[in-house]
Design a protein around this ligand. Structure first.
Ligand SMILES: [Zn+2]
Length: 291
């Protein structure tokens, strides 16, 4: 090949890769979430702080929100966690001030039946107990979380606290119906703009979910991070399967979030002072990170 031909070939390759990179960029652009809300649908009042921050705050009490988050990208609507809908079970755990999803979601113009995907951060009752509220959704859960919750976990009295048999049976049934997307470990773009990270410790297969939004990355940790102080001070939650693994997961979460927004599973400050934590207050129970 002559030099001219080689140069022409290189230019052609560069031109083709440039066209492909534009294609990729616009696909990523369209996959960005332009709405992200969190909704506090019930409260656990006067909970002992040292149960949430291992060995810290003995004697102090805190009001803990039960929440889930909602995100939208084009016609795709995602719920981060399913929360719980059975108030009898909620009351058993001390939950109060429950508001039903239809009413709670209406504030941000979303209906439960609009939701296409629900990520299950882990299978505890207050995160996996609301699957029935989303009739048109597929559920994204770590393989090991479902296997653990349906199998060996039930034979460990300590580990099984926090799981409700009905929730696990529902997930198993949904899986048989083809409505569960099982993920294994860290998976980028499970759906466009939504990646998951295996962040165990709280349970065997707790996952953190990161969304690419029009305002940057936002990661919802479910109970891998219960409150900001847990991750900021490397304090494990006072209860959980493996405290060592929990702190190891904080490292992975920090790397996954980068300069983005971290949304813990049960942080009261999100609702008492949302502006300080990257959110806009819509009302006492509803906050927006992107809208
Ligand atoms: Zn929880």
């Amino acid at each position: 090949m002559k030099i001219k031909q080689v140069v022409a070939l290189i230019l052609a390759i560069l031109a083709i890769s440039f066209v492909f990179s534009i294609g990729k960029a616009s696909a990523a652009e369209s996959a960005k979430f332009d709405k992200l809300y969190c909704v506090n649908f019930a409260t656990l009042a006067n909970y002992p702080l040292d149960a949430l921050l291992f060995g810290v705050g003995r004697g102090e009490k805190v009001n803990v929100p039960f929440q889930l988050c909602l995100a939208k990208s084009g016609n795709t609507v995602v719920a981060l966690d399913s929360g719980f809908t059975n108030m009898e079970i909620g009351q058993k755990w001390g939950a109060k001030d429950y508001v039903d999803y239809k009413t709670a979601f209406a504030k941000v113009g979303i209906k439960p039946e609009d939701v296409n995907y629900v990520t299950i951060g882990h299978a505890h009752w207050d995160h996996a107990g609301g699957t029935g509220a989303f009739p048109n959704a597929k559920f994204i859960i770590q393989t090991r979380e479902l296997e653990f919750a349906a199998g060996s976990m039930t034979q460990n009295k300590q580990a099984k606290a926090g799981f409700e048999p009905a929730d696990i049976l529902n997930l198993v049934k949904l899986n048989w119906e083809g409505r569960v997307i099982l993920v294994d470990g860290d998976v980028q773009d499970v759906i466009p703009g939504l990646s998951v990270y295996l962040t165990p410790g709280h349970t065997a297969g707790t996952q953190t979910v990161c969304l690419e939004t029009t305002k940057g990355r936002a990661c919802y940790t479910s109970d891998a991070v219960y409150m900001y102080r847990n991750i900021n001070e490397d304090i494990p939650l006072g209860f959980g399967l493996n405290l060592y693994q929990m702190v190891e997961s904080y490292k992975k979460i920090r790397a996954a979030v980068g300069n983005g927004l971290l949304i813990p599973g049960h942080e009261p400050l999100l609702y008492s002072e949302p502006e300080k934590h990257g959110f806009k207050k819509i009302d006492d129970r509803t906050i927006a990170a992107v809208e």
